[in-house]
Design a protein. Sequence first.
Lengths: 133, 133
Amino acid sequence: MDTIAKLLKGKGQRLTSQKKEVIQVLQKKPLTVLQILTLVKSKKGMIDKVTVYRILTSFVKLGIVKEINLGAREVRYELTNCEHHHHLVCESCGQIEDIQLCEDALLKEVQQQSQFKVKEHSLEFFGTCKKCQ
Amino acid sequence: MDTIAKLLKGKGQRLTSQKKEVIQVLQKKPLTVLQILTLVKSKKGMIDKVTVYRILTSFVKLGIVKEINLGAREVRYELTNCEHHHHLVCESCGQIEDIQLCEDALLKEVQQQSQFKVKEHSLEFFGTCKKCQ
DNA sequence: GTTCATGCAAATACTTTGCAGACTA
DNA sequence: TAGTCTGCAAAGTATTTGCATGAAC
């Protein structure tokens, strides 16, 4: 939280209670806009949908948060303060597990096949989690 | 196209001129709803946005087409009649290249680390294509 | 002819913009 | 106090639904 406070300050931006709450609820797992809204409301009582959108847009720009795509039209937001990782999305219960993989070989394969210069990649898995099997 | 015709017939569904056109424009590359709409309109003159949505929903259900997520809130549709592959998305010109990779090692890695049962996965790369570098 | 599909209108959902008042620093 | 941020209202997009007409088989 401290690093985030400094980052905001450096950009002339303020660490409001709404921003704190959004960061708070994102600690556990990636959430959709609606989920963030609901969670913050249930804890703090008041936050507007528009404010959530604005905070997220600003956080993405500052690199505090990143957007992930899990399934069509399901955008989620995730704190970037953790290492690079991927997700295992359970199609039955909706749970999201994180996983760390070594994808160097794949990136090399891309380089060999194509002259495309890769900056980022997304890799997500869909299936059933241990519990739901 | 013939296999699609049979598939539709088997489900009591009809191969209309609109459906043919949608399949037609999807032959080249994955497109958004708006792109499909524009392309079909420019060729054939008339199709409604609602019809495009309905055709796509139905095609996804039948497995004729699949949704791919290239960046947040950018859903595209792609024919499934081709082999499993991934995409290289140029962030500069928007072009999409296909690429085939061997991701067996990764899938094995997932199995070793977790008891999650993977059914599908998505893997997309973002960066700059040869032309734009 | 029957039944499914399309187009239009309108409803719903999602996201962005404008502005006055509230709050952070 | 200055300047950013929030909440509310409303505008803009994107997507879905209902229904009468049209088209496929």
